[in-house]
Design a protein around this ligand. Structure first.
Ligand code: ADP
Ligand code: ZN
Length: 217
């Protein structure tokens, strides 16, 4: 079973690898960031609560995020595996997932962490463009789409995220080290943790992750 958590600081290549994994292994992609952004663009109650927090680079409160993930993971399409991207981001979220996973028949069995040095992250985030429709990400310097400004995967127009500015990025990175990095030890202790070096190139990272997933299918 592939019940996967994908971890990594903003800019590590998580989004790109997520798109490849879901295409190759046919898993539902549960990106808490995408779900929040969708709620913001639709103006839902959750979106209204999350908008300012996300745009300044902070984390949405655990309670809201945990409820959201519980209801999404409970859906039928997650019964044969899932890729959880952007959750958990705090120890409290990881603890909640550890309890809820077995309860709803969705226990996590693999954690994939991709890391990249800070200097590189900033550069990647500054050039990042994303597809608001399918979540695919590109870079204006290093990973251009075939047609400028258009998503290769679904044809939608690419945008720059509001939190991909230097101020919000710094807050996101600080929060990452303070709140999310402790999950490495948490998942090592659970025996689920797998580390990937995000500097070896997209193709190589992708091949290594694919190998791990095939071995655990
Ligand atoms: P990135 O591409 O920077 O990793 P995401 O798209 O995963 O970012 O998430 C964007 C923003 O959504 C986060 O900076 C945070 O404000 C909010 N968010 C996403 N997932 C979570 C979570 N698990 N807990 C709290 N906030 C979250
Ligand atoms: Zn797209």
């Amino acid at each position: 079973m592939l019940n996967i958590i994908l971890m990594g600081p903003p800019g590590a290549g998580k989004g790109t690898q997520a798109t490849r994994i879901i295409d190759e292994f046919n898993l539902p992609h549960i990106s808490t960031g995408d779900i929040f952004r969708e709620n913001i663009s639709k103006g839902t109650e959750l979106g209204l609560k999350a908008k300012a927090i996300i745009e300044r680079g902070d984390l949405v409160p655990d309670e809201l995020t945990i409820d959201l993930v519980r209801s999404r993971l409970s859906q039928d399409d997650c019964a044969k595996g899932y890729l959880l991207d952007g959750f958990p981001r705090t120890i409290a979220q990881a603890e909640a997932l550890k309890t809820m996973g077995p309860e709803i028949g969705r226990a996590v069995n693999l954690v994939v962490d991709i890391t990249v040095p800070d200097e590189v992250l900033m550069e990647r985030i500054a050039g990042r463009r994303v597809c608001p429709k399918c979540g695919a990400s590109y870079n204006v310097n290093t990973m251009k789409p075939a047609k400028e400004g258009i998503c290769d995967r679904c044809g939608a127009e690419l945008i720059q995220r509001k939190d991909d500015n230097p101020e919000s990025f710094k807050i996101r990175l600080d929060n990452y080290y303070a709140q999310t990095a402790p999950l490495v030890d948490f998942y090592k202790a659970e025996g689920l943790y797998h580390h990937f070096d995000g500097m070896i190139g997209l193709e190589k990272v992708s091949a290594e992750i694919s190998e791990l997933l095939k071995a655990n299918q």
